[in-house]
Design a protein around this ligand. Structure first.
Ligand SMILES: C[S@@+](CC[C@H](N)C(=O)[O-])C[C@H]1O[C@@H](n2cnc3c(N)ncnc32)[C@H](O)[C@@H]1O
Length: 251
């Protein structure tokens, strides 16, 4: 299990303005959501602080939100309450999902926002994808978004410091990513993330966490999706873009 319990408390400083509002976050998936009935059963299996899950519930969908981090799950439940949304929030790793839900339950499963790289290596990734696939009903779709690791690895180890202050809840912070790129694709990589909040007296409060991740090439991901019984639809993968979305349907 990778971290996130420390980052969960300050996660809003890490997400873009576009993802902060639940309705807007959900709307960014309009193309796939339009394929669903309005009361569809959907699962967000790496829900983070819950903006997508709450946005989906706001559309009338029956939403379950899961995450490996207890703190993320608590924050999702709090956000749901704040918005009066009906979201069932459950702490579960991907591998544990079949213990909580029956096979063929969901019309759509989301695994978005650079989550899958936390699965431990190719074996962990396939096990995670296998769980997600099992829970989909035949014809249901997995929606996955990912960092373009081909680009990230080409840049090598480095420090990325936000070019401007990020303001959330009336507080400014500098966000720092330290990328530790291992020599080989299959090795454990690290991302250390620090959020340095500056208070009104000039004091700096830092929250940071070292996260492990196991990158993958888009080509590998496609093969792995097929291995777990999912058929990929045309994706947005582009070697020059930072992120991509892949949708795969259960055969
Ligand atoms: C980068 S965050 C993305 C959160 C959210 N989907 C978003 O877009 O803001 C990655 C999330 O994956 C979760 N995660 C990491 N490993 C996991 C695992 N093995 N099973 C389930 N969730 C996991 C983390 O706790 C974290 O909430």
């Amino acid at each position: 299990m990778t971290g996130y319990n420390a980052l969960a408390e300050v996660y809003e400083w890490l997400i873009s303005d576009a993802k902060l509002a639940p309705a807007e976050f959900a709307a960014s998936f309009d193309d796939v959501l339009n394929l669903l009935p309005s009361n569809a059963h959907v699962l967000d299996c790496s829900c983070g602080t819950g903006q997508l899950a709450v946005g989906l519930a706001g559309r009338g969908m029956q939403v379950v939100a899961t995450d490996a981090s207890e703190t993320m799950v608590r924050r999702t439940a709090e956000l749901s309450e704040e918005f009066g949304a009906s979201v069932r929030a459950v702490r579960a790793n991907w591998e544990e999902l079949p213990d909580h839900f029956q096979d063929n339950t969901f019309d759509m499963v989301f695994c978005v926002g650079n989550s899958l790289h936390h699965a431990v290596g190719a074996r962990g990734r396939v096990a995670a994808l296998e769980s997600m696939s099992r829970l989909l009903r035949p014809g249901g779709r997995l929606v996955l978004t990912s960092r373009t690791w081909e680009l990230v690895r080409a840049r090598g180890s480095r420090l990325d410091i936000s070019g401007r202050l990020v303001r959330r809840n009336g507080r400014d912070a500098i966000v720092v990513y330290r990328w530790e790129i291992a020599p080989h694709w299959e090795e454990e990589h690290h991302i250390e993330i620090a959020i340095a909040q500056v208070d009104t007296t000039g004091l700096v409060h830092v929250r940071s966490e070292l996260l492990s991740c196991w990158p993958y090439r888009y080509e590998e991901l496609e093969v792995e999706l097929h291995r777990v019984g999912l058929q990929t639809e045309p994706s947005t993968f582009d070697l020059e873009a930072e992120n991509y979305m892949v949708v795969a349907s259960k055969v």
